[in-house]
Unconditional design. Sequence first.
Lengths: 312, 312
Amino acid sequence: MVSDKVRERVLAVVERLGYVPDAAASALASKRTDLIGLLVPSLTNNVFAEVLRGIYDASEDTPFNVQIVNFRYSPLKEEQLIRTLLRQKPAGLMVTGFDQTAEARAMLEGADCRVVQIMDSGDDPVDLSIGFSHYASAVDATRHLLACGYRRPAFLGARMDPRSQRRLAGFTDALKETGMFDPTRIVTTPQSSSIGLGTQLFADLIARRPDTDAIFCNNDDLAAGVLLEAQRRYFDVPGKLGVCGFNDLEFSRHLNPGLTTIATPRYDVGRRGFEMLRTAIDTPDEAQGGKVDLPAQLVERGSTRRLDSPSA
Amino acid sequence: MVSDKVRERVLAVVERLGYVPDAAASALASKRTDLIGLLVPSLTNNVFAEVLRGIYDASEDTPFNVQIVNFRYSPLKEEQLIRTLLRQKPAGLMVTGFDQTAEARAMLEGADCRVVQIMDSGDDPVDLSIGFSHYASAVDATRHLLACGYRRPAFLGARMDPRSQRRLAGFTDALKETGMFDPTRIVTTPQSSSIGLGTQLFADLIARRPDTDAIFCNNDDLAAGVLLEAQRRYFDVPGKLGVCGFNDLEFSRHLNPGLTTIATPRYDVGRRGFEMLRTAIDTPDEAQGGKVDLPAQLVERGSTRRLDSPSA
DNA sequence: TTGAAAGCGTTACCAA
DNA sequence: TTGGTAACGCTTTCAA
């Protein structure tokens, strides 16, 4: 709304003085920011890399800036980080899962910005949500092992955050249905997941229950450890041991044999999660939330196979 | 500086009203923020996960908040993000490498906050720097292949950002020294690194130069692809083909055979980089920068071996 | 220890 | 179109 000559003159001075507008002053005066806060439990974890990719792709040409904060699977840290983010009056918040502390949940509900919960499926979102069912996916994976003819499946889990717990519940329930549940084949640890941990847990399990004929792993890292250690021990996979992972990370298809796993829609969660949030921010009138459930697909690869005669 | 009774009364009201201090107003009034901006080229890349772990460990009990932004290997995006970060008047900035655009470099030099450049070693840091030499590490890796007796080594590289270019230069120079340089054994692509890409590039290379007897890969992802594909093709690794990676990611030690690679000090870069920055912020009087070069170690595993009789 | 008041650098609004 | 002037919600300083 200024004449060209004035604009030119101003721009010249801006250049000469190296002027940069002050974000704090701008935020204070306008009562708005371009900040989208993103809370993730881990960045070491390959799982979130894809989610981030989706978010970046979606946010590329928007006026928003995504600020990632990592609460390292600590609910208290998460609570504290939500508080810090809220001080900045973000335009929106993306949080991982449904398992915040009561205090954190209250802050999210009271926040005067839109909130989207990602990576899980829950009954009662704070506002928006997009994710997939860890429980149902684990049921699918377990039923697949049974359909292949494996009869003594085990569960390997690390860290056991709430989503991992739901996967274990899915495994357990699917087995109980058929009367094949054996709690002594469940191995979990609070340590954080890694390939190395997978090899260890596998060694422990096999030493203790050598007749185990299938393993559902909490995630692909663990499963890769199992597969690689099985290879070193000349185990016949999938003939004598079926292995199924969770997530479908990039390496999973390249292992020998390829890893059967649950392909979780991480990219879409990130991309569509951001888009939902953006839409909600842009149309504040329609204040109602929205809950999106994405499918997670079982991908059958060489680490499981229909056995001709069940090993039972 | 208030009496207990007043403090109590205030805190009660704070609680009742759900008061949260406004970060923008605070920043504006105090002319300070608790923000440390961290610019990384990728988060998909496992490489930065360790750096982040180091930074988080170092920042845990400090008043600072680390804000990660991802410029996706785009120097222009990096420049733009530096500008956005600077608007926020950060307490400090951590940037990846030495290869910013001239404009970006100028902004960093003009910034009225401390800056640390991480992950590389360069002559002329903006302020602080901590990293390791990609060139020297690649020379080490290449010499190791030669010392093993491999005589026709190839280079596989993806994305080829500036640090990858320096690795290629190290490879090239180490070979030229011994008169063994063969440019037709260099395969690079602008695509981003992945295990799948490693298998592809390996297939291309072997089809074109079947007598190749060693491969130095730009990073462990590519190397893992080579190893896994070599396994499928029943290549004798390390007997007929030596493979060396770069970075020493977690999976590398667990592959069969284990991957010989350069262990880069990523955790330390993150941890010490943050500490250097913090120290510099706290003692503004000593305005001089500091340059730290960390060693990167060759880790010999099963994918290379001293050959009894060189294959030449 | 408390209270009052003057900025901080923008945005938003109104009058010219 | 332009210029002027209140906010915005803190921190800082100074006086009481």
